[in-house]
Design a protein around this ligand. Structure first.
Ligand code: NAD
Length: 466
């Protein structure tokens, strides 16, 4: 993996190179911090916690100031994010908008004490208390948005945070942390960058009280095993293989563009992207044609180019994985109606690909492809489509598309997942609980539930009279 190549500088700790996926060339580097540094980092986070946990008003003010600072810094942050992640510049700005909005949302959301009213002659009260230092480990697809989804609720709840970004995308996150932490007391939010086993050692560090992780299922499993050593709380937001079911009254031409972006935004590297489409047999070829027609019109290129709608895949191993799973589907009998190959140019570009004739047992259907490749499968009876949609080991999201909204909603209610949409996909409210079922996750993020995930209840019972 080129961007994990270590560089050792004289006198300094090592550094690892960071690659621009639009060129395939390294353009900067980041500190390759070693696991033995974690004792100091976590110890400072523990010390900083004692001041941070006790003053909710000061915390709220600091987080609101941090949100303003993120907005002011967006013109510096967004291009850096695009450079290392690949996404179109407008989408990097959208990540920053979301980051600022999240800081503001959680700044005002910390719960106060709440009485328990159960008819007993005592005054009982729940007081919510923070946990201590929280480890936040995030992937490379939405580095800033996912980092803030961890640190905003954890900080608002009164914890301190040690954040570890992916080695593929450490740079914008480091800059973001310097911007946010300038509005906070020292060591309340810190970042560590480096290659494995840094994340594994952070997850199992005895000073960490909550590990909040977003990433793949196998790594999530390893994180849970590591955190078990100190019995730290674990929140896992893992992979998805979301299905979109098209009903027989769907207006294919009307929804094609929206459905395309539900699958291909961020080059398909979205946990809750549409990863499989089920279309009625009668409409199947029209759906394939409409999606392929739109795919051919999309400008693929470097994210910094203002015309680009679809950037490169983020990294070389992921590109190899997408090539492999597409080739496997074709050898299983599928046909790429458009795309199906990487682009003959520098960088990690893969042509947007619509697959037809895919056997339901092919890995591109049963696993998470996490790239710009979409299988469209025909179904006969609606029950078969619902059963197929629910048949994988994932359960993050799903959607139903049709003209009769009541009927679509009834079908959506049969999906086994955490969030279902009608006629769109993957749009989340900051105020909603976000939770996958089956192997898509453990615990709940988002809204008040995201705060409670970073708090513990402390209950006091007091008699009405001495
Ligand atoms: P990944 O699991 O490879 O890595 C995620 C993070 O864990 C990175 O920071 C990585 O450096 C770190 N890591 C690697 N090995 C570790 C270990 N043994 N212990 C602790 N940390 C370790 O995932 P990825 O390839 O970076 O991201 C893509 C995956 O993330 C996809 O499966 C996608 O669906 C998932 N994802 C899920 C959500 C969600 O909210 N459910 C959101 C975005 C992405």
């Amino acid at each position: 993996m080129p961007n994990c190549r270590p560089r050792r500088g004289p006198g300094a700790g090592g550094r690892f190179a960071v690659v621009d996926p639009a060129t395939g060339e390294a353009f900067d580097d980041s500190p390759d911090q070693q696991p033995d540094e974690l004792d100091g980092v976590v110890g400072r986070a523990e010390a900083a916690w004692r001041g941070w946990r006790d003053d909710p008003a000061a915390r709220a003010a600091a987080l609101l100031a941090a949100a303003d600072a993120v907005e002011s810094a967006a013109p510096g942050l967004a291009p850096l994010l695009t450079r290392e992640q690949g996404k179109p510049l407008a989408e990097s700005y959208a990540e920053l908008d979301r980051t600022a909005a999240r800081l503001r949302y959680f700044a005002r959301a910390a719960p106060g004490p709440r009485p328990i009213r159960d008819g007993r002659p005592v005054h009982s009260e729940i007081r919510w208390r923070p946990l201590g230092p929280v480890a936040a480990i995030v992937p490379w697809n939405f580095p800033l948005q996912l980092a803030s989804a961890k640190f905003a609720p954890a900080l608002a709840a009164g914890n301190t945070v040690v954040l570890k970004p992916s080695p593929f995308t450490p740079l914008a996150t480091r800059l973001l942390v310097s911007v946010v932490s300038a509005a906070l007391p020292e060591d309340v939010l810190t970042i560590v960058t480096g290659r494995e086993p840094l994340g594994a050692r952070l997850a199992s560090h005895p000073g960490i009280r909550h590990v909040t992780f977003t990433g793949s299922v196998p790594t999530g499993r390893a994180v849970a095993e590591g955190a078990a050593a100190s019995l730290a709380r674990v929140t896992l937001e893992l992979g998805g293989n979301d299905a979109a079911i098209l009903l027989d009254d769907v207006d294919v031409e009307r929804i094609a563009e929206r459905l395309f972006w539900a699958a291909f935004r961020n080059c398909g590297q979205v946990c809750m992207a549409v990863k499989r489409v089920y279309a009625p047999v009668r409409l199947h070829s029209r759906v394939v044609e409409a999606l392929a027609h739109y795919a051919k019109s999309v400008v693929v290129g470097a994210g910094l180019n203002p015309d680009t709608r679809l950037g490169p895949v983020n990294n070389a191993p992921q590109l190899a994985r997408i090539e492999h799973c597409t080739a496997q589907a074709v050898s299983d009998g599928a046909r790429a109606v458009c795309g199906g190959h990487r682009l003959e140019r520098p960088g990690y570009f893969f042509a947007p690909t619509i697959l037809t004739g895919v056997p339901p047992s092919s890995a591109v259907v049963t696993e998470e492809q996490f790239g710009p490749v979409l299988p469209v499968l025909p179904y006969g009876r609606l029950d078969e489509a619902v059963e197929a949609a629910n048949s994988t080991r994932f359960g993050l999201g799903g959607s139903v598309w049709g003209t009769d909204l009541d009927r679509a909603e009834a079908v959506a209610g049969r999906l086994e997942c955490g969030t279902a949409w009608i006629n769109h996909h993957a749009e989340l409210s900051l105020a909603q609980p976000f939770a996958g079922i089956k192997e898509s996750g453990v615990g709940v993020a988002g809204g008040p539930w995201g705060l409670y995930g970073n708090l513990r209840p402390f209950v006091v019972h007091r008699p009405l009279e001495g």
